[in-house]
Design a protein around this ligand. Structure first.
Ligand SMILES: Cc1cc2nc3c(=O)[nH]c(=O)nc-3n(C[C@H](O)[C@H](O)[C@H](O)COP(=O)(O)O)c2cc1C
Length: 177
């Protein structure tokens, strides 16, 4: 009989002000029997406490591509949560641009059929740009699950208290694994 393996969740962290709360999502996922690995965008790395996140997950944070021939630092994902997701990464992902490791993983996840959820975190001035709504539509059409978030006021920061990290797991619960 084969041994049961905990499913593996990739949490993709972008450079948004609340990224330092990502430990909340890791805790929630681990409580629900997921193992977790974090992929940060290069900018996102500066927004999180990397040693604390690595201690919590037990895996190195990935941000850059590995060298050819080097072993893969993380197992393949059973699901991916992009949280928080920036304006920048959402638009590049929808356009199929892979200029960060995080985007490379997201762009391939579609073809691999990996269930993926995105929790945007951005301000109203960013959300007003027509490219953003088009990007969300395109991602929705690709089967990406999109969390609800009301954009916060420009230049005001904030919105932290309205950001529901648990939505990532709630939405992933809708897909079979
Ligand atoms: C303090 C700070 C907070 C930021 N917060 C956000 C944010 O909440 N949402 C967003 O889309 N961009 C935010 N940005 C801008 C992004 O960091 C910037 O667009 C960056 O290029 C995103 O890179 P990434 O998508 O590769 O992580 C913030 C920048 C700074 C300096």
């Amino acid at each position: 009989m084969s041994e049961w393996k905990r499913p593996f969740l990739y949490v993709v962290v972008c450079a948004a002000g609340i990224a330092d709360d990502v430990g909340k999502l890791i805790t929630l996922a681990q409580k629900q029997e997921w193992d977790v690995g974090v992929i940060a965008t290069p900018q996102g790395l500066g927004f999180i406490d990397a040693p604390a996140v690595e201690a919590q997950t037990g895996y190195p944070i990935r941000s850059a591509w590995r060298s050819p021939g080097a072993p893969r630092p993380l197992p393949p994902p059973d699901a991916i949560a992009v949280a928080p997701a920036t304006f920048n990464t959402i638009n590049k992902w929808a356009a199929g641009i892979s200029d960060t490791l995080a985007l490379g993983i997201l762009n391939e996840a579609y073809g691999l059929g990996v269930p993926t959820v995105v929790l945007p975190y951005l301000n109203a001035a960013q959300a007003a740009h027509p490219a953003y709504q088009q990007s969300l539509e395109r991602l929705r059409g690709m089967g990406v699950l999109i969390g609800e978030y009301e954009a916060h006021r420009p230049k005001a920061g904030g919105g932290r208290e309205n950001f529901r990290w648990e939505q990532a797991l709630e939405l992933l619960g809708l897909v079979s694994r």
